[in-house]
Design a protein. Structure first.
Length: 502
């Protein structure tokens, strides 16, 4: 990469199912957040290459009663971000509840509480369109077969211009079963351009699929289709599902994801132009670019979503989310630095995948070392706290209080099929109940666990290969737990969380 070029991916972590919009000189992006809270991350850029995380649009998942515990692959799927009538709008599908919407006058809020636009099972990937020429409003969405028995088709509705309700029962406007070779058509993004209704929608599945474009003179069809981006002879598998944005000078760009196993869905930026036949051309004549000329926008300093955290005043940065709706008291604010997590009592302490009180952020997409200082303040026998790589399988390293009152370094893991964790290393005495924890994440998301109780870092146990959930990349997490019982079980304090390149 030079000052004139950029290298993909521009967001090298799990910013799944991205959508993008421009307002003035600013670009904004949101992504799927599934069952984590807060959800609907909001990213900002001035050049489409350097992005920072500026907030979240969804404080808690609703209905709240459905998300008291982890539902890692459920919740917020494939949001669409739009700006209309001087407001920001985000529509998303919860595959178990229906299509929701929130809106706000500014990107940083305040955002409205979620409004259910259409109830139903399997309604996913909604995208609205306000037609400025006619005053009409529309919405298109896809279907999740796991909930509805239906897939590979897009349904269109007329929508009330205030975005609160749909005005008809909907009509299938694109049936992927009628297009030879197409399957798993989903993720539609709806636009007006050059007198056409355009739907940019992927098909073929997240690991091996492609990006399609559809156009029609009328919203309800008929639509003609074309594949506009696919892997071809590149190493970018399944390049698809994202959004089109135009710069103030009229350049067109497309942001999409690439599924990368445990790293989740990383985000690429493709040049886009309109061909002489009126169809969009993405990347290098339909193939993803690895390096390309930067957008013709004012130069910006290098930036990326934050990862490091000193937890000033006990507060954690916006890069963190809980694995379910949080409870008051899990994290305590105080006058110094450091994250003070209560040791939450749970009968599921043997399986981090079941716990709502794990504070997580995304796994970095390049080889990295993750470090944090931990002090176990709890005197409760069985209380534990640590640093985890959390997915369908998980591993963690941290401290546990023994029945003798001593704190020990423990390292545990569970395979995807296991119902409880087991030891991955030998317990070591930790004087003063303190330890510096380190996970080195190498190629292929292979993780090496280390600890330092004051006499230098030591490796623990075998290498652990991080695994994703079904739709979510592996997560980094901090946690504090105690066995089921009565009364307050004490706390653990984390300081100096750092991620550095290896």
């Amino acid at each position: 990469m030079t000052a004139e070029t950029y290298t993909n991916p521009v967001l090298d972590a799990d910013w799944s199912d991205p959508d993008v919009v421009r307002v003035g000189d600013d670009f904004y992006l949101t992504a799927s957040s599934f069952g984590r809270a807060p959800g609907l991350p909001l990213l900002h850029s001035r050049d489409l290459v350097n992005w920072t995380l500026v907030g979240h649009a969804l404080e808690r998942l609703e209905p709240a009663g459905e998300f008291t515990g982890p539902r890692h692959d459920c919740g917020v799927w494939a949001p669409s971000l739009r700006h209309h009538d001087d407001r920001f709008w985000i529509f998303w599908g919860d595959p178990d509840q229906g299509i929701f919407q929130v809106n706000a006058p500014e990107i940083r809020g305040p955002w409205t509480r979620p409004h259910l636009v259409k109830a139903g099972k399997g309604l996913i990937d909604p995208c609205p369109l306000w037609d400025d020429d006619t005053g009409e409003a529309y919405l298109v969405h896809a279907w999740a077969k796991s909930r509805s028995g239906v897939k590979n088709r897009l349904t269109g509705h007329r929508m009330h211009p205030d975005g609160t309700e749909l005005l008809d029962d909907g009509k299938v406007i694109v049936d992927g079963d009628r297009i030879p070779g197409w399957f798993t058509l989903e993720g539609p993004k709806l636009y007006r351009h050059d007198g056409w209704f355009w739907i940019l929608a992927p098909a073929g599945g997240v690991e091996t699929g492609w990006q399609g474009a559809f156009r029609s003179r009328g919203f309800f069809g008929p639509y003609e289709e074309r594949i506009v981006l696919e892997q071809k002879d590149t190493d970018v598998n399944g390049p698809h599902q994202g959004g089109w944005v135009r710069t103030p000078s009229g350049e067109d760009w497309f942001l999409h994801f690439q599924q990368r196993g445990a790293y989740g869905r990383v985000v690429h930026l493709q040049p886009m132009r309109w061909g002489t036949d009126g169809w969009p051309v993405l990347g290098a004549d339909g193939a993803p670019v690895a390096v390309h000329r930067r957008p013709g926008l004012p130069p910006q300093p290098p930036a990326a979503p934050a990862t490091d955290d000193d937890f000033p005043g006990g507060r954690f940065g916006r890069q963190w989310s809980w694995t379910a709706n949080p409870h008051a008291g899990w994290a305590t604010q105080h006058s110094g630095d450091g994250l003070k997590l209560a040791c939450v009592r749970s009968a599921d302490a043997h399986d981090l995948r079941r716990l709502p009180s794990v504070l997580t952020q995304r796994l970095p997409g390049t080889p990295s070392a993750v470090e944090v200082e931990l002090r176990l303040d709890s005197r409760e026998p069985g209380a534990r706290a640590g640093l985890t790589v959390l997915g369908d399988a998980f591993g963690w390293i941290g401290l546990q209080r023994g029945t003798d009152g001593a704190a020990h370094v423990v390292h545990r893991f569970a395979e995807a099929v296991a119902e409880r964790e087991r030891d991955a290393g030998h317990a070591m005495f930790a004087p003063e109940g303190r330890v510096r924890l380190r996970i080195e994440i190498g190629a292929g998301a292979r993780c090496r666990f280390l600890y330092d109780v004051g006499d230098g870092p030591r490796a623990s146990g075998p290498v652990f290969a991080a695994t994703p959930w079904r739709w979510v990349g592996a997560l980094l997490g901090l946690f504090a737990l105690a066995p089921a019982g009565q009364g307050h079980a004490g706390a653990a304090t984390f300081t100096q969380f750092r991620i550095s390149a290896l």
